[in-house]
Design a protein around this ligand. Structure first.
Ligand SMILES: Cc1cc2nc3c(=O)[nH]c(=O)nc-3n(C[C@H](O)[C@H](O)[C@H](O)COP(=O)(O)OP(=O)(O)OC[C@H]3O[C@@H](n4cnc5c(N)ncnc54)[C@H](O)[C@@H]3O)c2cc1C
Length: 406
């Protein structure tokens, strides 16, 4: 288990080559916002056959659903990639160069595509799930609102008011990854039938760009993840037929629990991003301390520097082991939420620490944009905020372990 099989290793090698030849040269334009990453995502999926691989699996699920045979979508996705480590390794390789590109890709294909394929009706899977899961279209996952972050469900103000056989969606979402270019928005809302806000049930809608009433704000200027465009998304009385209601049904007051599957998937993807960041920091640092000379010796001969290398090595192996365990859980259909929450928080912290340690090892050169380490440090910080802040992840873990709700 604690070793990549031959096929996964091969994928890692070709993705790394692609990152160096194709993604790396685009980073300045992507970071400056003069280029959007979406065409590159589509190109990558085609180059490596993700479209055919995942498309085949989605079509198989569709056939089974239409034949009335129940199917486990989690199992289906891991079967599609033959082993769940494959996608973790792809995310890791992308994150060595561009954690933002990896995030946008994962949000679209994994989070939005995955949710529609797992929870959608056959018609929704065919119309939206398939093109997003195969990266022909880009998806955005819309949960957070200006006044609803950690308390995403309790403070949610976006409403869907039933009107005859349709709904009228009103509200706004913020900090939405892929917002500026997404074709499809997966939107969480409270269904408003005139009851008190705390008594409202949840529903998830599939909303298309270009529908009347849908608009997006300009890309935010951010500390990091600058190669992943983020924006507000506005829904101004957007009229949606029931075919836009995910799964064809409202989630009711249990909608929060239902969304936990997506949150679990989102958090399970963070350690592989941390893995890529830490691995690059480790690789660059080991090479640098061998060649950089001060006081007549390679700096790797100084014990204070040696301790930092061991520190990076331990962080690398820790996060790598976390990812292997997550992949094992996925392969065996286990969803250990305390582990997912806590290991997401820990991986994020280790990535931030590793990037700062690598900068320290590189001295002034580490602070320069050219080396790419300052970018990794800026990007790593998002891992402690997105998909739930570190404190929220740790508290969620503790609550499940103890068995309390608050
Ligand atoms: C670059 C970026 C991309 C993002 N992409 C998406 C996306 O695609 N889709 C999406 O829906 N969202 C997205 N988010 C939103 C992200 O999930 C939220 O920022 C995150 O959940 C935190 O919410 P908040 O920013 O409102 O912080 P707040 O909830 O306001 O938290 C502020 C501080 O208070 C602390 N805090 C809050 N409540 C508690 C509590 N009960 N106990 C202890 N401490 C607490 C937090 O830990 C934090 O330190 C993105 C955010 C960023 C920055």
């Amino acid at each position: 288990m604690f070793q990549l099989d031959e096929q996964t290793q091969m994928v890692a090698t070709v993705i790394r080559q692609w990152c160096q030849s194709t993604l790396q040269p685009r980073i300045p334009a992507l970071e400056a916002g003069t280029e959007m990453p979406f065409e590159l995502m589509k190109k990558m999926a085609k180059t490596f056959g993700f479209d055919a691989m995942l498309g085949g699996a989605v079509k198989k699920r569709l056939e089974k659903l239409r034949a009335g045979a129940v199917d486990d979508p989690d199992k289906m996705m891991s079967e599609a990639t033959k082993n769940p480590m494959m996608m973790h390794v792809v995310v890791k390789e992308l994150s060595r160069v561009s954690p933002g590109f990896a995030m946008g890709f994962g949000v679209s294909m994994g989070l939005v595509g995955g949710a529609i394929v797992a929870k959608g009706t056959p018609e929704q899977i065919e119309r939206w799930g398939l093109p997003i899961a195969t990266v022909q279209q880009i998806g955005a996952w819309c949960l957070t609102e200006p006044d609803a972050g950690s308390d995403a469900f309790g403070s949610m103000r976006t409403t869907a008011v039933p009107d005859g056989s349709s709904y009228v969606l009103k509200g706004s979402k913020t900090f939405i990854t892929n917002g500026p270019g997404a074709d499809v928005f997966l939107v969480y809302a409270k269904v408003d039938r005139g009851e008190a806000p705390e008594a409202r049930g949840m529903a998830t809608f599939i909303v298309e760009r270009g529908m009347p009433g849908v608009s997006v704000g300009p890309p935010f200027k951010k500390m990091g993840m600058r190669d992943s465009p983020t924006s507000e998304v506005f829904f101004d009385d957007v009229r949606l037929g029931v075919e836009h209601l995910l799964g064809g049904r409202e989630k009711g007051r249990g909608g929060r629990t239902d969304t936990k599957d997506s949150l679990g998937n989102e958090r399970s993807g963070v350690p592989s991003m941390a893995w890529g960041i830490i691995e690059r920091c480790y690789d660059m640092s080991v090479a640098y301390v061998r060649e950089r000379r001060q006081f007549g010796r390679a700096i790797g001969e100084f014990q204070a520097v040696q301790l930092k290398i061991t520190d990076l090595f331990l962080k690398l192996r820790t996060v790598e082991n976390i990812v292997y365990r997550l992949a094992w859980m996925q392969q065996h259909g286990k969803r250990d939420m305390p582990y997912i929450n806590a290991s997401k928080a820990m991986s994020a912290q280790l990535a931030v620490d590793a990037a700062l340690t690598a900068i320290q090892i590189h001295g002034g050169y580490g602070y320069m944009e050219e080396l790419g380490l300052e970018k990794l440090a800026r990007d790593a910080k998002l891992l402690e905020l997105g998909a739930g802040t570190t404190d929220i992840n740790l508290l969620a873990c503790a609550r499940e372990l103890i068995g309390v709700t608050e």
